[in-house]
Design a protein around this ligand. Structure first.
Ligand SMILES: NC(=O)c1ccc[n+]([C@@H]2O[C@H](COP(=O)([O-])OP(=O)(O)OC[C@H]3O[C@@H](n4cnc5c(N)ncnc54)[C@H](OP(=O)(O)O)[C@@H]3O)[C@@H](O)[C@H]2O)c1
Length: 264
């Protein structure tokens, strides 16, 4: 579909792979223009070509390492000037193992990418969105946001932040015309689990997984409808609901089991 004069500009972080690329396709299919942000330039170029080929519309790219505070700040300044209509904070990663055994820089990188960059880019785009009385922000959290996650303690906590931050912002902005949506997928077959070292866990080997395309479709639909939260999949919705009634210590024991490696 070719962008119409009414087409919006959407920025998608982590838009060169997995859920972010699928979200970019969903947005492009609605006739909107894209700016894809990630570190890998070759994959960004391939994603932009794929989107232009599939939907006709323009996709620009921006190489940026969101774990680098200075690079994030430069991107934030550019986004403040650009004034996108849609921001999708999707870039993120996890790691796997007992916290005490993991390199400190992995936790720092996760906090910088999953939390600090998401927060900074949100603060960069909000003034123009509020002034226009229109704008949509989609923050990719996870079902990991609903319970402590032993063996991925920082990752789980980072997603709890994304959910809490997004729900609070959605409420603050309720009368402004700007919407904030937290997207909570469960295990999804992308490069995420391999990068995080989680492919052999009960969680990734046992759980029914939803495709990145389905996650993206649900997320973009929820964002367009202005819903504050979207948990993807019936089982995940049930589990997320159930966590409200379970003691947190018990939750941590259950998720600890799910995060152990299955050896056969
Ligand atoms: N897959 C799952 O099971 C699952 C479940 C729930 C939530 N999520 C969340 O969904 C989001 C997308 O993950 P995915 O499953 O699509 O994983 P993925 O295939 O590994 O994609 C991650 C994306 O984030 C980008 N990225 C990572 N670190 C970055 C950095 N420092 N700076 C800029 N971009 C960076 C990557 O691009 P470059 O490597 O080129 O930078 C890539 O585009 C993440 O926030 C993840 O936590 C995933």
């Amino acid at each position: 579909m070719n962008p119409s004069p009414a087409s919006k500009l959407a920025v998608v972080t982590g838009g060169n792979a997995g859920i972010g690329l699928a979200v970019a396709h969903e947005i492009a299919a609605r006739g909107h223009r894209l700016l894809l942000v990630a570190r890998d330039a070759a994959r960004l170029e391939a994603a932009a070509r794929e989107i232009a080929g599939g939907h006709g519309g323009a996709a620009e790219i921006r190489v940026c390492d969101l774990s680098d505070a200075a690079a994030t700040e430069a991107l934030a300044a550019d986004l403040a000037a650009l004034g996108p209509d849609i921001l999708v904070n999707n870039a993120g990663f996890g790691d796997y193992g007992p916290f005490a055994d993991l390199p400190a820089q992995s936790a720092a990188g996760m906090i910088a990418t999953n939390i600090a960059a998401l927060t900074r880019l949100t603060s960069a785009v909000l003034p123009a969105m509020r002034a226009r009385g229109a704008g949509q922000i989609l923050n990719v959290a996870s079902t990991a946001a609903f319970a402590p996650l032993p063996l991925a303690a920082v990752y789980g906590a980072s997603k709890a932040y994304v959910l809490s931050f997004s729900l609070a912002l959605a409420e603050e902005l309720a009368e402004s015309g700007v919407t904030v949506t937290a997207l909570c997928p469960g295990p999804t077959p992308t490069g995420f689990a391999a990068r995080a070292g989680m492919t052999r866990t009960e969680l990734f080997r046992g759980a029914p997984s939803t495709s990145a395309e389905e996650v993206a479709a649900r997320g973009v639909e929820a964002m367009m409808a202005g819903r504050a939260m979207e948990v993807v999949g019936g089982t995940n919705r049930l589990l997320a609901f159930a966590t409200r009634f379970a003691p947190r210590g018990l939750l941590a024991r259950v998720t600890h089991r799910a995060m152990r490696e299955r050896l056969r």
